[in-house]
Design a binder for this molecule. Structure first.
Ligand code: KG4
Ligand code: ZN
Length: 338
């Protein structure tokens, strides 16, 4: 039995969890800073780092207490070391190093995006069943990333395509701001869209045929022009939110589906904060023609359990990070092949 402490501080959640054998969550504590950043309409990096410094120790203490364990019961300490905000990542990495050093525990630096992918197996009864599910296509959509990745096995990623401009979550956040909805924009748009008609406005879909790349800037500009066209008239917020959500999910679903067909994927996997989106989840399941794995919404957004889950496979392979583990704000999961 291997208990891993997973620490996540790459953006605006201070999070820590204890996970057994990569899949069984013993505790998962997340201190969200959303309220602190809402007034700025996005994450304010200095405030984020300062909050992580204040919260990280109590969050780790709470997670150990909830799991009913002490540091000596752990097999390893895992921490997100990129991608993310440098100052925020530093808080997690330095805390993990201190715990690892003081308790003589292996240290593992984890790629945040790999964490999002492994959130999918957090509630699997047994991690080894996962072996039979490759190759698979992963759609990773968060506030900073939108990528289609081919996985032929564990920790084996081939980037097929990525966004050429905004990340999907960023597009949700920006359009939410245009509509006067709160931050974070994804959940706000989803909620507003419940009362709207997805066919009310025809917003553009950038297919970028022949590639697995995405582009959301045209959609964002079209939403801006649509909002401006109402001038002093009341803005149909629900209809615009629903039409925007339909346009963005259409592109995400169709391109992921095409990749799954081309590479004979046994399944499709959704990962990242935008994977919490109800319409994206429903449409992907409806149109995929193969099984779709999606974490429960609360595990789609940043958390420590996903970091501990991804780390388990690296620990099993005997991998360890050294004391020179550094933060890598632009760390990639894979480089795009030509
Ligand atoms: O993965 P995540 O928690 O943080 C990053 O790694 O970036 O993703 C945050 C992003 C935000 O842009 C947020 O608006 C979006 O995920 N998001 C959603 C939903 N919940 C969170 N987007 C659409 N629908 C949602 N329900
Ligand atoms: Zn994330």
């Amino acid at each position: 039995m291997a208990l891993i402490l997973g620490i996540e501080t790459s953006c605006d959640e201070t999070a820590a969890a204890v996970v057994e054998n990569g899949c069984k969550i013993l505790s998962n504590v997340v201190a969200s800073q959303i309220a602190m950043h809402a007034q700025y309409g996005g994450v304010f990096p200095e405030i984020a780092s300062r909050e992580h410094v204040l919260k990280i120790v109590p969050v780790i203490e709470d997670t150990l207490k909830e799991a009913g364990i002490k540091f000596k019961d752990l097999a390893a300490v895992a921490v997100t070391h990129g991608p993310g905000l440098a100052g925020s990542l530093l808080v997690g990495v330095n805390t993990a190093k201190a715990i690892s050093f003081a308790n003589d525990l292996p240290l593992l630096g984890v790629n945040h995006l790999e964490g999002h992918v492994y959130a999918n197996w957090l509630e699997a009864a047994n991690m080894t069943v996962v072996e039979k599910q490759f190759p698979l296509i992963a759609l990773i959509v968060s506030g900073g990333h939108s990528e289609i990745v081919l996985m032929r096995g564990h920790n084996d990623y081939q980037m097929l395509g990525h966004t050429l401009d905004d990340a999907a979550g960023e597009a949700f956040d920006k359009v939410a701001r245009l509509l006067g909805l709160g931050y974070p924009g994804g959940p706000a748009i989803q909620k507003a869209a419940e009362d709207g008609d997805p066919n009310a406005f025809k917003l553009p879909r950038a297919w970028l045929r022949g590639t697995y790349d995405y582009s959301f800037s045209g959609l964002k500009t079209a939403a801006l022009h649509l909002v401006q066209s109402f001038k002093d008239k009341p803005l149909p917020v629900a209809d615009i939110a629903a039409s925007f959500q339909a346009a963005i999910t259409d592109v995400l679903v169709e391109k992921t589906k095409q990749a799954a067909e081309e590479f004979g994927a046994k399944q499709i996997l959704l990962a990242g904060g935008v994977a919490a989106n109800k319409r994206l989840r429903e449409q992907m399941v409806k149109r995929a023609d193969r099984p779709v794995l999606i974490p429960p919404p609360k595990l789609c957004i940043d958390n420590g359990a996903m970091i501990a889950s991804a780390a388990w496979w690296h620990l099993e392979k005997g991998e360890r990070s050294g004391w020179d583990l550094d933060v890598l704000p632009s760390l990639q999961l894979a480089v795009k092949s030509q």
